[in-house]
Design a protein around this ligand. Structure first.
Ligand SMILES: *Cc1c(COP(=O)(O)O)cnc(C)c1O
Length: 433
């Protein structure tokens, strides 16, 4: 078996969407994964308890660390991404903190794309400063700019495979080569693409983060996050990653890399990250997200098909200044999208309405079928004016860089009838006259 089929049991993506990580519940035979809505688990005896706490035995202790329902989702996401292990947590932002917390120390730095989801720019640029972590934001379309920004303190490169909201596609192969040279991990936020459209680990990503809140759950019901580890990064490659490759005092000098090998990051993220930071995923949210994963491929196909049709309609509309959707042939990211997102360019994109800020507000106030709110990846179509909402904490310059200027509207195209979506946008654009 090649590397990929070893990681996936040889099963196809759609089979793994439904079966990976789950089996009939052994006591009752329940076929769908039950919701283990409990906090704690009885120890067989005091030796069993001791070996669990020493990380010598795998098992459940307390649901802040691990929970059987959450564990099924973790295994499923690891399988869908072709990774070795996964850690689920309370939100996409929690997944990002958990990821960096595993190896960053005060005074450390990392490089991130300057066109990330607005919340990530705020988290990395402002809140991470409180931990004395510095984020260097770089235009990652320019590999030389990324190389120039690298300092000895840099411990990772962070990009989105398909960026929210600008429709920016990252050249993952080029970026992973830079990360490999620098002996630091490439971290890819795969939220908007989902593992169905893009497989970052195949292109050299070491860690993949998700806001499962979006397409993975798919119904706008459950906030959640995950980090999937490829298991390929050797944390003992340099002194930089000592939290994962030097003796850990809180576990009697245990060395995670030595003891757990390709499960070092995932074990650490549970045993230290979730233990001490505390952002556990609720079992109910894991259950709802598992339901979402079962239909992921079907939904993503329809999301992409509808988005392509809406984007083509907008591109020819007189009230529309521009459309930034990598599925359009003349888009600057079309070629990269064909390479990294061959099944479709996703369903979240932006367009510029003629008439700027006021016209943008008018459109969100005039739509009927689209919901005006701050989310993406719902079965319903969503619209947002980033400049007055999600990106309002950013400076004008940051907003422009993030593709969220005054005239920009963001769409998340749902699963409705495409003609109905087109008609709704048409009447709202006409209302701006
Ligand atoms: C929503 C989102 C996040 C943050 O996830 P939450 O679940 O809202 O914390 C991070 N990255 C991207 C690309 C997102 O769309």
């Amino acid at each position: 078996m090649d590397d990929t089929s070893k990681r996936t049991g040889g099963y196809g993506f759609e089979t793994r969407m439904i079966h990976a990580g789950s089996q009939p519940e052994p006591v009752t035979g329940a076929r769908q994964t039950p919701i283990f809505q409990n906090t704690s688990y009885v120890f067989y005896d005091s030796d069993h308890a001791a070996s669990l706490f020493n990380l010598q035995t795998f098992g459940f202790i307390y649901s802040r660390l691990t929970n059987p329902t959450v564990a099924v989702l973790e295994e499923r996401l690891a399988s869908l991404e072709g990774g070795r292990g996964a850690t689920c947590c309370a939100s996409g932002h929690a997944a990002q903190i958990l990821t960096f917390f595993a190896f960053m120390e005060p005074g450390d730095a990392f490089i991130a794309s300057n066109r990330l989801y607005g919340g990530s720019i705020t988290q990395f640029g402002k809140t991470f400063k409180k931990f004395d972590w510095t984020c260097h934001f770089v235009d990652v379309d320019d590999p030389d700019a990324v190389r120039r920004a690298l300092t000895p303190k840099c411990k990772a490169i962070f990009v989105e495979s398909l960026a929210n909201p600008g429709g920016v596609v990252s050249d993952l192969e080029a970026l992973s080569a830079i990360a490999r040279e620098a002996e630091i991990p490439l971290i890819v936020d795969n939220t908007l693409a989902t593992p169905y459209l893009c497989q970052p680990i195949d292109w050299g990503a070491d860690l993949v983060v998700h806001s499962t809140t979006k397409f993975l759950s798919g119904n706008g019901t459950s906030v959640g996050g995950a980090v999937v580890d490829s298991g390929r990064f050797d944390w003992s490659v340099s002194e930089k990653f000592s939290s994962l490759s030097a003796p850990e005092p809180a576990y009697h000098g245990l060395n995670f890399q030595e003891t757990f090998g390709d499960m070092a990051f995932t074990t650490h993220a549970h045993a230290v990250g979730l233990r001490d930071l505390g952002p556990a995923m609720a079992p109910m949210n894991a259950f709802l997200t598992l339901l979402g994963t079962e239909t992921l491929s079907l939904r993503m196909e329809r999301h992409c098909e509808n988005a392509q049709r809406v984007a083509e309609f907008l591109a020819s509309h007189p009230k529309v200044a521009w459309v930034s959707y990598p599925g359009l042939k003349n888009d600057r990211y079309h070629e990269l999208a064909q390479k990294y997102l061959p099944k479709g360019a996703g369903a979240v994109f932006t367009f510029g309405v003629a008439g700027g800020f006021e016209a943008g507000l008018k459109v969100v106030e005039s739509v009927n079928l689209f919901s005006h709110l701050a989310n993406v990846g719902d079965a319903r179509s969503l619209i947002l004016h980033p400049a007055s909402t999600t990106h309002r904490q950013l400076s004008d310059e940051q907003r422009q860089a993030a593709g969220a200027g005054d005239e920009v509207l963001r769409l998340s195209i749902g699963l409705e009838t495409a003609e109905d979506l087109i008609a709704d946008l048409d009447q709202a654009l006409t209302a701006t006259a």
